[in-house]
Design a binder for this molecule. Structure first.
Ligand SMILES: C[S@@+](CC[C@H](N)C(=O)[O-])C[C@H]1O[C@@H](n2cnc3c(N)ncnc32)[C@H](O)[C@@H]1O
Length: 224
């Protein structure tokens, strides 16, 4: 599928898929959206937990992993064990154009992004003593997940309009089972049917204000 790199309103790049008329991130700001959805309303919900296991669906450019790594390194204590699943990895050339680290003010962001980019697929790698990464090259539908393992699922698939098969009760059930009790499924999507389906699977739904350009986003908790 054809992929074009464009610059979003906060100056950070994203990828546009003309065939699906879909972007990897918000055109209002890729970094701004990723920070708002996955860090402020995702990772920060677990700020007091020392060791956090995160599963990302749709690893793409690795922006969410980079931001999570920086957040964790900035914290005095704690580690992150991060698994990112991606069915269609970016090429080295595309990846080299996703220059997020240069746009962030964290001192070693460039070194961290380089390590994330060069981390081999399907191997656990130490990106930093506090941040371990496994990039998994697979479709989520075809990958077996360990039950009760993850604290957070970053759900960053293409939207339901572009990729309806990523927003099914079957897939939500698989992710519900992979989360620990009190675990969190967080997504930028706020579609009513998605929230109803997440609820049907057993999640408790919380709606939060979305990033600029989007009214709402969704947190779905595994609480009994
Ligand atoms: C919205 S983009 C993700 C953006 C990414 N998190 C980033 O920050 O660059 C959706 C991603 O899901 C991937 N994808 C599509 N179908 C998939 C599947 N069945 N399993 C896993 N990943 C898939 C796409 O290749 C794409 O990288």
């Amino acid at each position: 599928m054809k992929r074009e790199i464009i610059i979003t309103k906060d100056g950070s790049p994203t990828i546009y898929l003309p065939d699906l008329n879909e972007h990897y991130h918000s055109i209002h700001g890729a970094i701004q959206e990723a920070k708002h959805v996955f860090i402020l309303n995702g990772l920060n919900e677990f700020i007091h937990k020392e060791n956090i296991a995160i599963l990302e669906i749709g690893f793409g450019s690795g922006l969410n992993a980079l931001l999570a790594a920086i957040s964790c390194i900035e914290k005095e204590k704690g580690t992150i064990d991060y698994a990112g699943i991606e069915a269609f990895p970016l090429s080295d050339l595309e990846q080299s154009k996703m220059n997020y680290a240069k746009l962030l003010s964290f001192p070693s962001s460039i070194e961290i992004q380089k390590k994330i980019n060069h981390s081999p697929w399907n191997e656990n790698q130490v990106i930093h003593s506090k941040f371990h990464l496994t990039k998994i090259n697979s479709k989520i539908e075809e990958f077996d997940l360990t039950s009760d393992y993850f604290d957070i699922v970053f759900y960053d698939a293409f939207g339901p309009r572009a990729q309806a098969n990523m927003w099914t009760i079957e897939l939500f059930t698989k992710l519900f089972n992979a989360l620990k009790e009190n675990g969190l499924f967080v997504t930028y999507c706020a579609k009513g049917q998605v929230k109803r389906d997440l609820k049907a699977v057993g999640f408790s739904i919380e709606s939060k204000p979305g990033p600029p350009g989007k009214r709402e986003m969704t947190l779905a908790w595994k609480r009994f």
